[in-house]
Design a protein around this ligand. Structure first.
Ligand code: PNW
Length: 460
């Protein structure tokens, strides 16, 4: 048997999910509403009119889900806590039943030898705080988020030592607030100017920093704290010095990189972001003394959510690069933005280290794809496109490790098909097929493949 693409012995193979996408039980046991309940129940809120009221009913089926995970040999599970399930109004009274759910989930995982990795915020902000003061558009949100986080760490910190603060800041700011039209993601609002969007990003970064401090202060044991970011990743068309330099220049101001990963890891906007937004008058207005120190509170690790990338090459222009479009024939999976760019996972890891100078651990907190899965007459789901995708990306993770990058783990998105936000249930990202009529879970061919990767500790 071959041993190519073997990972280090302590490499963490995992799967990931998020609360609103799988739990359901939206009004059960005292859970408060989140901004995703509000948006998904709004007319035209999601493309399919669907919501997460029931989702995968994981709230009631977590024990069998954990067993299924264990049967596949999965040893690491990344899930998120629904803030309004545990603090219905966002601040104040704790909902003990909500807290009990997460406590029982953690116990079930540990009983099956699965390490819990907990994300404290995966977009489902308490609706009460959105209505009270505008959620992440208000500085207060950062403090309230840190207070909720400390409560969670006090409750689970005896058994959980891997904490993630916020998942993908761009998705509830840049994609949640629109200038021309309402954001597609919650809170799904229209704002006056781009500076309002960058302001919300600044407050979210502040929330991340305060949360990092709160976790460390509340944890009863040594723990790992990380930010999870979906950096935009420019890939050099050729691996030559000029194109690599071009990709690095592009990275410093691609999408939200200059306002999130740079501040968190370096304590300042990237130079290219600052210059561009200053010229356009788009910088946030409320940046106070001490904010940068809080935002750049050292983290142990950075989790990268990586699905796709873009191509750039060197050019004799002011910015030093040009984007190279993929064109219509470029291979894609089942999302409009899902061009298959395996090298982006290698370059994403490398950019964070080389461009932001981050020397801590890196891990892939999400990687996966939507695939138009169907059950065959034999009851199988033969998702060969997903295997092709995961195999190619994992080989690039392996390359990064081989070149010396400290990559500690990989979480496939997602354990099971679930509520794909504004796409409803139309897009399937799971290793496990969810039958939404019967709630039956059926492992796909990719689950068998992934399980074998874990068993052999290599890309098979
Ligand atoms: C991530 N894009 O979101 C999220 O963390 C998950 O909750 C989600 O289900 C998963 O990826 C699949 O979409 C993304 O526009 C949202 O490029 C948008 C983009 C990428 C990821």
């Amino acid at each position: 048997m071959s041993d190519s693409y073997t990972f280090p012995a302590d490499f963490q193979w995992g799967v990931a999910t998020a609360a609103y996408q799988i739990e359901g039980a939206a009004t059960m046991d005292g859970r408060g509403l989140s901004i995703w309940d509000e948006l998904s129940h709004r007319a035209g809120g999601t493309r399919t009119g669907e919501n997460g009221d029931v989702a995968c009913d994981h709230y009631h089926r977590f024990e069998e889900d954990v067993q299924l995970m264990a049967s596949l040999g999965i040893r690491n599970y990344r899930f998120s806590v629904s803030w309004p399930r545990v603090i219905p109004e966002g601040t104040g009274a704790v909902n003990q039943k909500g807290l009990d759910f997460y406590s029982k989930l953690v116990d079930a995982l540990l009983a099956h030898d699965i390490t819990p990795h907990v994300t404290l915020f995966h977009w489902d902000a308490p609706l009460a705080l959105q209505q009270k003061y505008g959620g992440w558009s208000n500085r207060q949100m950062a403090t309230d988020f840190a207070d909720y986080s400390s409560m969670m760490v006090r409750a689970l910190g005896d058994r959980v030592s891997n904490w993630m603060t916020i998942n993908e800041i761009p998705c509830f700011t840049m994609l949640g607030l629109g200038v021309e039209q309402r954001g597609e993601h919650a809170p799904g609002l229209k704002v006056d100017a781009m500076s309002d969007v960058w302001q919300a990003i600044h407050y979210a970064c502040l929330g991340h920093g305060l949360c990092t401090q709160a976790i460390r202060a509340a944890s009863p044991q040594p723990c790992t704290v990380s930010l999870v970011d979906n950096i935009a990743v420019p890939v050099p068309v050729t691996e030559s010095e000029p194109d690599i330099r071009a990709a690095q220049k592009a990275f410093s101001n691609a999408w939200c990189n200059g306002a999130i990963i740079y501040p968190v890891l370096t304590g300042a906007f990237s130079d290219t972001f600052l210059a561009e937004k200053e010229a356009k008058g788009e910088l946030p207005k409320d940046i106070q003394d001490g904010d940068w120190e809080i935002i750049s509170t050292p983290v142990d690790a950075v989790g990268i959510n990586l699905y796709s990338g873009t191509y750039v090459k060197a050019a004799e222009n002011e910015q030093g690069f040009v984007d190279v479009p993929c064109g219509d024939s470029y291979p894609k999976l089942d999302m409009p933005w899902l061009q298959i760019v395996p090298d982006a996972i290698y370059w994403g890891l490398r950019h964070v280290r080389e461009c932001c100078g981050f020397k801590g651990d890196l891990f892939i907190s999400e990687n996966g794809c939507a695939h138009a899965d169907e059950v065959t007459a034999d009851g199988e789901i033969l998702d060969m496109g997903r295997i092709l995708y995961l195999r190619s990306y994992l080989r690039q993770v392996h390359r990064a490790i081989e070149e010396g990058l400290p990559v500690s783990g990989y979480f496939q998105w997602s354990f099971m098909d679930n509520f794909e936000w504004s796409w409803g249930y139309a897009k399937r990202f799971g290793l496990i097929f969810t039958n939404y009529n019967t709630m039956e879970r059926i492992p796909k061919e990719s689950a068998r493949w992934y399980s074998e990767c874990i068993r052999q500790n290599r890309v098979v």
